[in-house]
Ligand binder design. Structure first.
Ligand code: ADP
Ligand code: MG
Length: 454
């Protein structure tokens, strides 16, 4: 038993050492210990110094822990974390790779996406005004254009530009307090606080404090306020309080504010006191520039003529351009990373862009795409193994099959090696729950949808 424990721990340590930077490694792994493996109760116990470390473990290391445990014991053990009875909440935490840690800066709500900076934002005639406005308010927070509203179609860089303001402002003043939140999250948060306030009156107070004591409120996709009368009221007051104190509000919307149905008049007139800029479709030159930027950012091996080929082929939004690149990347990695010539690109993208009507998506295509996305085999994906590294992709594939095709639950179950329809239902529920607060799951699903739909 002891030997097994040592093997598991050695593998996990090696993984963590590669996964984290040396200083992060000592924070997240340094004080952890494997305390017990209980094969009767199928439980593996890990000692961790604090709750924050536990949360991080569950996200980054638990899938590997389960995998290595399975490798050496042949059993699916449930991880159990033992924490010290009394511990100090740790305050110095490193930032993760893809997001700005909310511990380093006061960024509440969702962490900022590290790639969504002004440096990574390519300007063209379609977004110049919006970019200039965004940059200007980063320099004169709260007093120049308030609120600042970016509107335009999907995948055109609204969220990117809004978060760029957050990054820029933090660069200038790390002590700034930011709330970055989707409108949906604001609505849910409000409803939840309202619902629970019957039991605990302080909850509404907490909700208000959270949103009203920031220097910069970033709120994404405000078109979702449509028809939400109570929330609109609350938002109106939040808005007033912030504006009164010259705190900056930035919003995005998929249409101009006065085109949002059932938005109450006083909110509309408030919004109109600020400035709106739109973002529209990029022209050919801008599409080429954006593709160059992304190729560099993602370190892809895609030559210039292929980039121009893609820019010609796809004239819709930026997200679709990224979808095409992701597809090519996947294609290249399956083909020994050979350079992507226009001919190869044409072959890889043929099905998605040649006809106006997309072919109907099949469960098999979803399975193949998800399997290669997560680096597992199709058989593993359809099989029975319940190791996290396989189970999660399987649940993701079931969820996408349900979301993106018209197949019934039993039909989907059947396509996954004859599973029961309740298994599919549970998988969909699991993923939906994760999507509520797991950023990396949101990213995975978004990327997979890009791969499958465009
Ligand atoms: P929206 O919020 O308008 O739907 P996003 O801001 O999410 O769109 O942008 C979709 C993707 O396209 C993001 O990955 C973003 O980085 C990228 N993108 C959009 N516009 C640009 C641009 N001008 N330069 C670089 N990347 C862009
Ligand atoms: Mg957006």
């Amino acid at each position: 038993m002891i030997a097994v424990a040592e093997e598991i721990w050695a593998d996990l340590k090696e993984f963590a050492q590669n996964y984290y930077t040396p200083s992060s490694f000592s924070v997240w792994f340094g004080q952890a210990r494997l305390e017990d493996i209980d094969l009767t109760n199928n439980r593996i116990t890990i000692y961790l110094p604090s709750d924050t470390v536990r949360e991080k473990w569950q996200k980054d290391l638990e899938p590997k822990l389960i995998e290595f445990t399975y490798k050496y014991t042949g059993k699916d053990l449930e991880p159990y974390y033992r924490l010290p009875n009394v511990y100090q909440e740790d305050t110095t935490l490193p930032s993760t790779d893809s997001t700005i840690s909310s511990h380093e800066f006061d960024v509440r709500g969702t962490p900022l996406n590290a790639n969504y900076t002004f440096e990574n934002f390519v300007t063209g005639p379609n977004n110049q005004m919006a970019q200039a406005g965004a940059l200007a308010i980063s320099e004169q927070l709260g007093t120049l254009y308030n609120p600042f509203i970016i509107h335009g179609g999907t995948g055109l860089g609204k969220t990117h530009l809004m978060q760029a303001i957050g990054h820029e402002v933090l660069k200038r003043n790390p002590n700034i307090r930011i709330m970055n939140v989707s409108c949906e999250k604001f609505i849910n948060d409000f409803i939840e606080s309202l619902r629970k306030s019957g039991k605990d009156e302080s909850l509404m107070q907490k909700f208000r404090e959270k949103y009203r004591t920031v220097d910069l409120l970033l709120i994404d996709d405000v078109q979702f306020l449509e028809n939400k009368e109570e929330t609109q009221n609350e938002f109106f007051h939040t808005f007033n309080e912030l504006a009164l104190n010259q705190k900056q509000i930035v919003m995005t919307s998929d249409r101009p504010i006065d085109k949002i149905p059932k938005l109450n008049d006083r909110l509309v007139s408030r919004f109109k006191q600020g400035t709106s800029c739109d973002v529209t479709l990029p022209d050919f030159e801008t599409r080429v520039a954006i593709l160059h930027e992304k190729v560099e950012l993602k370190k892809l091996n895609i030559p210039k003529d292929t980039i121009e080929y893609i820019a010609n082929l796809i004239d819709s939004n930026v997200r679709e351009l990224e979808g095409a690149l992701a597809k090519l990347q996947l294609y290249a990695s399956a083909n020994h990373n050979e350079a992507i010539t226009p001919t190869i690109a044409a072959k890889a993208l043929r099905n998605s862009y040649s006809q106006a009507e997309h072919e109907e998506l099949s469960i098999l295509t979803i399975q193949e795409t998800v399997a290669s996305f997560y680096n597992i085999t199709l058989n593993e994906l359809k099989g029975k193994k319940r190791v996290q590294s396989i189970l999660i992709p399987r649940q993701v594939a079931m969820y996408l099959a349900r979301e993106l095709t018209d197949n019934s639950l039993p039909k989907i179950g059947e396509a996954f090696g004859g599973k029961d329809h309740t298994t599919v239902m549970n998988a969909c529920d699991r993923i939906k729950t994760k999507l509520k607060d797991d950023q990396s799951m949101n990213n995975d699903i978004q990327e997979l949808k890009n791969l499958l739909l465009y």
